[in-house]
Design a protein around this ligand. Structure first.
Ligand code: UT7
Length: 310
């Protein structure tokens, strides 16, 4: 028996901040942001909308999409580096609001790779048959730890939430292989002091190398080749990093999800919100081979090869 994604949902804040809006408040240009990152606009959550509010909204949709009730959820894993407060966890906050009475709940801290870490943790509980349904949420309110005076980082990030219900799926579908990794020696390149501090060039080099390698590794582990891939969902940090992964897999442009232009880098939310976008656009079909790959502060990384469908 294999675990897979049986339902999905997302929440995007209404407020759109364009590159032109940023030109007015800092020394930057739309041209620089677009050509260096691919970002055109991002969503920023209202002051009174916290991380758990976004997580709750996305989770409700995922539960509905899966056709289950909150009472059936055994475990809630929330991948975030921007919890409402260090404790209680965002997972506990939404457990109460969802009415997921029997669910155990905890947050996962793996930065932009958090959703990959969450899904793979969920998979272990399901395939061991200890649990049936796990809610995994990737959510960030990065705007609250962004230094709006630092143009090196402020132009990159956005707020959002994406959620998935992980459960047992039919034969030949679900998670075929994965890779998770960490390299704490790179912690100095991307961390939070009061605000996000980043050595962009170092993270860029790491990301290009790691994303490509992880994609190749998960295909090898699943006994598949580049030709088998139907769709690539890379972490949406920078179009140039994403393009490097796409080229490594020799995929045509239309087989890679690109939402970074509309939502910026939403860290752990970027992969699930992109998945929902592609599902709604009808670009992912049952039995398609999907590769998801993320990297982030830690440094951390994770990739999954999955045969889509319940
Ligand atoms: O989820 C993981 C999170 N992090 C990432 O994925 C980040 C990975 N890194 C990157 O995406 C890129 O390194 C950046 C987009 C952050 C920067 O792009 P870059 O091509 O590596 O630029 P750079 O840092 O080498 O900076 C080039 C120039 C600098 O000016 P000088 O020193 O050459 O005169 C910067 O000061 O661009 C300048 N610059 C800006 N100019 C206008 C940096 N930020 C901006 C800005 N607007 N917002």
């Amino acid at each position: 028996m294999r675990a897979g994604i049986v339902g999905m949902g997302r929440y995007l804040p209404e407020k759109i901040v364009t590159n032109q809006d940023l030109e007015k408040i800092m020394d930057t240009t739309d041209e620089w942001i677009r050509t260096r990152t691919g970002i055109e606009e991002r969503r920023i959550a209202a002051d009174d909308v916290n991380t758990s509010d976004m997580a709750f909204a996305a989770a409700q949709k995922a539960i509905q999409d899966a056709g289950i009730t909150a009472e059936e959820i055994d475990l809630i894993l929330v991948a975030t580096v921007t919890p409402d407060s260090p404790f209680p966890s965002v997972a506990c906050r939404i457990q109460e609001r969802l009415g997921a009475k029997k669910a155990a709940a905890m947050d996962v801290s793996a930065a932009c790779a958090g959703f990959m870490y969450g899904i793979i943790t969920a998979k272990q509980f399901i395939e061991s048959e200890d649990y049936k349904y796990v809610l995994v949420v990737g959510v960030e309110k990065l705007s609250k730890i962004t230094d709006w005076n630092d143009r090196n980082t402020a132009v990159l990030f956005g707020d959002a939430a994406g959620a998935a219900i992980i459960g047992p799926v039919s034969e030949n579908r679900g998670i075929l292989s994965f890779e998770l990794g960490a390299d704490g020696t790179g912690a100095k390149h991307l961390y939070q002091d009061e605000y996000i501090i980043m050595n962009g060039r170092e993270v860029f080099k790491f990301a290009v190398r790691q994303m490509g390698e992880s994609c190749v590794h998960v295909l090898e582990k699943a006994g598949l080749t580049k030709e088998d891939v139907d769709f690539l969902i890379p972490h949406q940090a920078n179009i140039r990093i994403m393009e490097a992964s796409r080229q490594r897999l020799e995929l045509p442009e239309e087989k890679m999800s690109k939402t970074v232009n509309k939502y910026g880098n939403t860290s752990s939310a970027s992969i699930p919100i992109s998945l929902v976008e592609e599902l709604e656009a009808g670009k992912i079909k049952d039995d398609d081979l999907i590769v998801m790959v993320g990297f982030g502060g830690g440094l951390t990384w994770g990739a999954i090869a999955m045969r889509w469908g319940k």
